[in-house]
Structures are given as C-alpha cells and as structure tokens.
Design a protein around this ligand. Structure first.
Ligand SMILES: Nc1ncnc2c1ncn2[C@@H]1O[C@H](COP(=O)(O)OP(=O)(O)OP(=O)(O)O)[C@@H](O)[C@H]1O
Ligand SMILES: [Mg+2]
Length: 246
C-alpha cells in the first residue's frame, strides 16, 4: 500500500481521455452530494490498452488526486491450486475495500489469460474471473476499483458490463509524442533538436518507451557536462526504444 503523489497533470493524455478521468475525479470528490440524491459515483473502472500506455500510471494519479491509498492486487498471484482458497483471498480483498477506502488496482488481468495455454486450465481461470465478477457486482463500498488489461479479447463480455466505465488507451499519435518529449526535455536546451524527425522516429513506440528514450537523451546531455543541444533521433539497431542522438 502506498500514497502516490502523482497527479493527472503529470500525464500526457488526449483530451477525450483526460476529460473522462476528470469526470471520475469530479464524481468521487462530490460523492456526498451525489449520494444525497440517490446517485452513485463512478467507481469501477476498466482500463484497456497496449503495454506502456499509462494504465498503471493512471491508477497512481487517481489515488494521488484523491489522496487515497493505492493497493495493487495481481490476480494471478491470488490463484492457488484450490478454488476455495482463491475465492477466500478475493473475499479478503473485497472486505478490505469496505473497511478502508482506497484505490484498489487489479493489475495484469491478462496474466491470467496468458496462463490459459500454459496450463490448459480454462475452467479454473473462468472460475476465478467469475468469482471476481460476483464480488465486483456485489461491492457497494466507497473505494475505487480499477482493473487493467492489454488483452481485452481474453475477457468475457459479461465482465465489461460490470464496470461503470471502460477507458481505452492507445499508442500515442504525433501531438502526444511531441508533448511526451517536451515534458521530459523542457529543462534542456532543445533548440537543435529536429523535432519532426524525432517524432517520426518515435512513432509506434509506447508512451513508456518514448519517456525512456527522452530520459536517456537528457542523461547524455548531463553526462556531457551541460552540452546543451539535442540532435536528431535515431532508433537503435536492436529495435528497442530509440535513443536520441545528442
Ligand atoms: N500518458 C502518459 N504520460 C506520461 N508518461 C507516461 C504516460 N504513459 C506512460 N508513461 C510513462 O511510461 C511508464 C509506464 O507506464 P505504465 O506503467 O502506466 O503503463 P501500463 O499501461 O500500465 O503498461 P502495462 O500494460 O505494461 O502494465 C510510466 O511510469 C511513465 O513514465
Ligand atoms: Mg501497468
């Protein structure tokens, strides 16, 4: 459990996504007035999107904004050989939601999915997801429940319906790439940076990879003892995230 100090303003997000998250925050912050009128704030979210697109960061930022503790639960780690035990562990988590208001982040739903092939144990996975669904449906705590996956196709349609919001993340487009780079490099003199080229080189990389590449470039500048200009970007031959030539 931890209290993140991240904020939504620390994230680079398309406007549509940002406003959906602000909507969640608004409803959470005004939940007393909503409840007075018999309304329930949005509090069960499913975040869907490719690796490195900011799902985990979003859970942190929402907890940070609401000054709530963040609890991360990896469903895969809850699975034991015996279904009864798994359900018991899940129950403990859902009990905690009633006792302690917080952000409960179920990460790596896909990890369960990935085990399908490995163990040929579709039945067990289905049972775990079903019991998760039941708990999710019954839950009327004031906690925020956030689940994340990058394999929506592995999840049951029934599961999507149990969430108040399904929020989709995508690989960044050019304006988002540029904003990510500028956010990481704004303390440096980037007058020499060929932005268009850098952005083109970063296309198809994830937000996480772009952030790392920008940080590498920043480190290079610092290690050079204040060299103050960034050149164009290039992709490393390994095919992993780019470094920016400086
Ligand atoms: N929208 C964003 N704005 C700023 N930085 C971002 C954004 N998305 C990702 N990052 C950077 O990438 C890192 C990894 O992102 P994060 O862990 O949230 O991805 P994820 O969607 O949870 O990926 P996975 O599916 O692999 O768990 C973040 O810690 C942050 O540094
Ligand atoms: Mg994640």
């Amino acid at each position: 459990m931890r209290y993140p100090d991240l904020r939504l303003t620390d994230m680079i997000l398309p406007d549509s996504l940002r406003s959906r998250l602000h909507r969640v925050l608004g409803e959470q912050r005004q939940q007393a007035s909503l409840r007075e009128h018999g309304l329930v704030p949005r509090r069960k979210l499913l975040l869907v999107g490719p690796p490195g697109s900011g799902k985990t960061m979003t859970a942190s930022a929402l907890a940070g904004e609401l000054h709530l503790p963040l609890f991360t639960i990896v469903l895969d780690g809850l699975i034991t050989k015996f279904m009864g035990e798994t359900a018991g562990k899940l129950r403990l988590v859902f009990d905690a939601m009633q006792a302690t208001r917080g952000v409960y982040f179920f990460d790596e739903f896909d990890a369960i999915g990935a085990r399908r092939g490995e163990r040929q144990d579709v039945g067990e996975i289905r049972r775990v997801l079903n019991s998760f669904l039941q708990f999710l449906e019954q839950d009327d705590s004031h906690s925020l429940i956030i689940a994340a996956t990058n394999h929506p196709e592995l999840l049951d349609r029934a599961l999507f319906r149990r969430f108040d919001d399904v929020i989709e993340y995508a690989v960044p487009d050019r304006p988002i790439i540029e904003a990510l780079l500028r956010a990481r490099l704004d303390r440096f003199d980037t007058r020499g940076l060929a932005w268009n080229e850098a952005i083109s080189q970063a296309e198809r990389l994830s937000q996480a990879e772009i952030t790392r590449a920008a940080d590498d470039a920043a480190k290079t500048i610092i290690l050079r003892g204040g060299a103050d200009h960034l050149g164009s970007a290039h992709r490393r031959s390994e095919g992993t995230p780019a470094g920016f030539a400086v």
